[in-house]
Design a protein around this ligand. Structure first.
Ligand code: M6R
Length: 365
């Protein structure tokens, strides 16, 4: 049932404040201002030397955001691979380390094969999955459920933001266990997390502006997405969403890589979508935007109130998100990225819920 939405994807984008809130309630003690993981961990984060993450597609990109969180908040080294590479590269894994898998369906062939490899290598297996009865859930030592509900649109949206929510809670729990986060730090992060559903609702209110921009975007042959820090995986996610449902060629790049190649592509026909909340890396991204502008590139900037005030660049458009704590910002900024792909594809008359050549769950390699 699509409710009053035209597509499941639209419904699922709009459901995010609710399902992220529900997922949060499962992992956070709101009154105590702390994360409480609702299951026993068969390992202690304190003793871990590293975490290896593998997943595919959008779930991989949620994992990539969490690498920044685990490393920053818990000072634990994280390795991450797409599962189709991890399963065959015979990575040496120290017994007793943590292998983390992220999957909406819990049935993705490559992710499952990676899980089995890690299990044979005596890793603790922790899976962040949405389907509680899935094969991956059954074969894991512990399951961290995302409570996104059934996701029908082939393009993953609400599962992604719920994965981010769970992964951030795990990174906070790891930080506490490893002594890298004080109770006050944790409280600050938990307060920020509690605000996320409300900020996502605010973000959804920019839909009309995004819809207008989608008309412009639909004329493009190629689109470049740029971001730094946790906005880099979001840039990759934006490009993935756009290509999978609108069939426009799109690429995501770390903004700092611009001058190592992709800047050669920039001209007035290529929209460049820059994701840049006002965080510690904001100034760096602004200088990359100046490089784009100097070459006639047309910029769509996704930033927050402070970021919008502090740039006087001539953009094609600026989408202003509500201000969020920099750690939780990627969960909020995912919304306009999803909406932009959705409205572009709808405007082009594409079948958003069932894009060509794609299956919701990729059970063969
Ligand atoms: O079910 P999974 O999360 O394991 O699926 C992984 C990918 O196949 C999936 O995220 C895919 O990239 C989506 N269609 C992206 O929107």
């Amino acid at each position: 049932d699509k409710g009053n939405h035209r597509h499941f994807m639209a419904k699922e984008i709009h459901e995010q404040p609710e399902v992220v809130g529900r997922t949060l309630a499962h992992y956070v003690n709101f009154t105590a201002g702390r994360v409480e993981i609702p299951f026993d961990l068969p390992f202690d984060f304190k003793n871990l030397k590293r975490v290896s993450i593998s997943a595919c597609g959008t779930a991989y990109l949620a994992g990539l955001v969490s690498k920044y969180w685990f490393e920053r908040l818990a000072r634990i080294p994280v390795e991450i691979d797409v599962a189709s590479e991890f399963r065959y590269r015979e990575a040496p894994l120290e017994p007793g380390s943590l292998a983390l898998f992220v999957s909406q369906s819990g049935e993705t062939a490559d992710t499952l094969a990676s899980l089995r490899y890690a299990s044979a290598e005596k890793q603790h297996i922790l899976s962040v999955v949405n389907v509680a009865t899935s094969t991956m859930a059954r074969e894991s030592d512990v399951v961290a459920a995302t409570l996104a509900g059934v996701e029908i649109g082939v393009a993953s949206t609400k599962a992604f933001t719920c994965q981010l929510t769970v992964l951030l809670c795990l990174a906070i729990a790891a930080g506490r266990a490893r002594g890298t986060l004080s109770a006050a730090d944790e409280k600050e992060l938990v307060d920020a997390l509690i605000g996320v559903p409300g900020l996502m609702s605010e973000a959804i209110k920019r839909e009309h502006q995004v819809e207008m921009l989608a008309r412009e975007l639909s004329k493009a042959k190629d689109v470049l997405y740029l971001g730094r820090g946790t906005s880099y995986p979001l840039a990759l996610e934006g490009a993935l969403k756009l290509k999978e449902i609108s069939y426009i060629h799109a690429e995501g790049y770390a903004a700092g890589e611009l001058k190592h190649g992709p800047i050669a592509l920039i001209d007035e026909t290529m929209p460049v979508i820059v994701i840049a909340p006002h965080d510690a890396l904001f100034e760096k991204t602004v200088s990359n935007m100046q490089e784009v502008a100097a070459r006639g590139g047309r910029i769509i900037l996704i930033t927050d109130e402070k970021g919008a005030l502090e740039t006087d660049l001539d953009t094609m458009a600026t989408i202003v998100m509500p201000s969020a704590h920099p750690i939780v910002a990627p969960i909020v900024h995912a919304v306009p990225v999803q909406l932009l792909a959705y409205h572009t594809a709808v405007f082009m008359g594409k079948d958003v819920d069932q894009p060509r050549n794609l299956a919701k769950s990729v059970t063969v390699e």
